[in-house]
Design a protein around this ligand. Structure first.
Ligand code: BG6
Length: 452
């Protein structure tokens, strides 16, 4: 992390009063500052409505609980009014940035429909220089053709090494760890194929609704907000073959091969009761807040292995996990009446972080088996203060490492999958409960941990 410490930085947030700036970007920058990772920096927040610096700081500081160091940090935060469609405002931003470092990061924390006009204006007003990078929040487009159009217009203005397409799941510690665990352990990698795996579950469950993002969410829904990006990225990381190197190009080359071979077998959609009454949501909305998908990866490694993916709001608890269940040993009734359990390999992404295997072991004094966990607990080993996804993401963008950002051909494949999906009418489910409509989704098994 220390590589970037000596660099100066100007960090510009387009969409600077939004949820993301308040909840993730400012707190992450503050944490990096407190751990002495930032060096000299300026943060310039923008929004359509004119604000003074101090009004802006008050708004974006609402999620800073431990205030130690905040008074010093906030002196580096400034505000510039910016209507994305007003040339004069970009000139104002340019003036505001005189005297700031020319190592510039523009973070587009806005709705994707504004991405091309913002990019165009950043280029036209020569705000993006040799050392700048432009970061695009997800979703990148809202279907294949809009993503393609957007990518073409951005690509006409900036070279690929300036373009950072975000999927913050890739910056979660245990997601980053997945490739390391797979490819640096000869006891893991050979097991991950149809020779041994019965099925895979990729689960991202949340115990809250759309909160203040109703208007955005209602235009996208769980498929475009979550499945298209986070779940398909996780699927590609589990499914990919070993890259030649663990660098940005090789990892993305392998991931895209997986995405090209994904076939959706079954889709169910749900909407939590009360969603239509959320602020910003249409009273007759048919937008899904839950998506469950059965998919296959049509290649020799994964032939006939079902991948079950789910993301839902207002379920029982917030957690994300990759659960891999292996075939039974063939000797499951050899020992004891209860038989053995299938082995599993679980990557727990959040809130608990770690990996574990379950194996069958002998019960002391009896010739019977019971399951035991072989576990790597991330917090026990590294302590509780590992960086958040957004801290990792900012560090990597600042240091120019594109490994955990998404290349356009991956996004293209992700949209092809989504555009080709069935969209059944969503069933209504009760907040805080697992819907009955998905309880029989996995043949011969349950969603791991969803009911607890
Ligand atoms: C965002 C989605 O990308 O990820 C949100 O737009 C979702 O709907 C969020 O709540 C979940 O992120 P995390 O890191 O809290 O699991």
């Amino acid at each position: 992390m220390n590589e970037m410490k000596t660099k100066n930085l100007s960090f510009v947030i387009l969409g600077g009063t939004g949820d993301l700036a308040k909840k993730k970007l400012i707190p992450s920058l503050f944490k990096l500052y407190r751990s002495d990772e930032l060096g000299q920096f300026d943060v310039i927040g923008t929004s359509r409505k004119a604000l003074s610096d101090s009004e802006y700081i008050r708004r974006v500081g609402t999620n800073i609980n431990d205030q130690e160091g905040w008074d010093d940090f906030r002196r580096n935060i400034h505000f510039a009014k910016l209507n994305f469609y007003d040339s004069g405002d970009y000139r104002g931003l340019k003036e505001e940035m005189l005297g700031c470092s020319d190592n510039r990061l523009f973070y587009l924390a806005t709705l994707p429909q504004h991405f091309d006009v913002i990019t165009d204006n950043l280029a036209k007003h020569e705000l993006v220089n040799e050392r700048s990078k432009v970061l695009y929040e997800k979703p990148f487009g809202d279907d294949l053709s809009s993503a393609q159009e957007l990518n073409d217009s951005i690509g006409d203005l900036f070279p690929e090494n300036k373009i950072y397409r975000i999927d913050h799941y890739l910056d979660k510690e245990l997601v980053g760890n997945l490739s390391i665990i797979r490819f640096s352990n000869s006891i893991v990698e050979p097991l991950l194929s149809s020779d041994f795996v019965d099925h895979v579950q990729i689960i991202a469950s949340e115990d809250f609704g759309v909160e203040e993002r109703g208007e955005f969410y209602d235009n996208y829904g769980a498929v475009k907000d979550f499945f298209q990006s986070h779940l398909l990225q996780l699927l590609s990381l589990v499914g990919m073959d070993s890259p030649d190197q663990l660098d940005a190009r090789c990892i993305r080359d392998e991931k895209v091969k997986v995405l090209r071979n994904v076939k959706i077998q079954n889709t169910r959609l749900g909407q939590y009761r009360g969603y239509k009454e959320e602020t910003g949501v249409a009273g007759d909305s048919e937008t899904e807040t839950l998506v469950a998908v059965e998919a296959e990866i049509n290649n020799s490694r994964w032939d006939d292995v079902p991948f079950y993916l789910i993301s839902g709001k207002n379920l029982v608890k917030k957690y994300a996990q990759i659960y891999i269940q292996f075939d039974q040993s063939g000797h499951e009734t050899m020992v004891g009446e209860d038989g053995t359990v299938p082995n599993t390999f679980v990557t727990s992404i959040q809130p608990d972080r770690g990996i574990y295997f379950t194996i069958n072991t002998k019960v002391p004094g009896r010739i019977e088996t019971e399951p035991a966990k072989m576990e790597f607990c991330h917090a026990c080993h590294h302590g509780p203060n590992t960086p958040s996804a957004y801290e990792n993401l900012l560090v990597q963008a600042i240091s120019g490492d594109q490994r955990s950002f998404v290349r356009y051909d991956e996004i293209e494949e992700q949209w092809k999958i989504v555009d080709g999906m069935d969209t059944p009418d969503p069933f209504i489910y009760e907040p805080g409960k697992v819907p009955g409509e998905i309880s029989d989704f996995i043949s011969g098994s349950d969603w791991h941990g969803l009911e607890d």
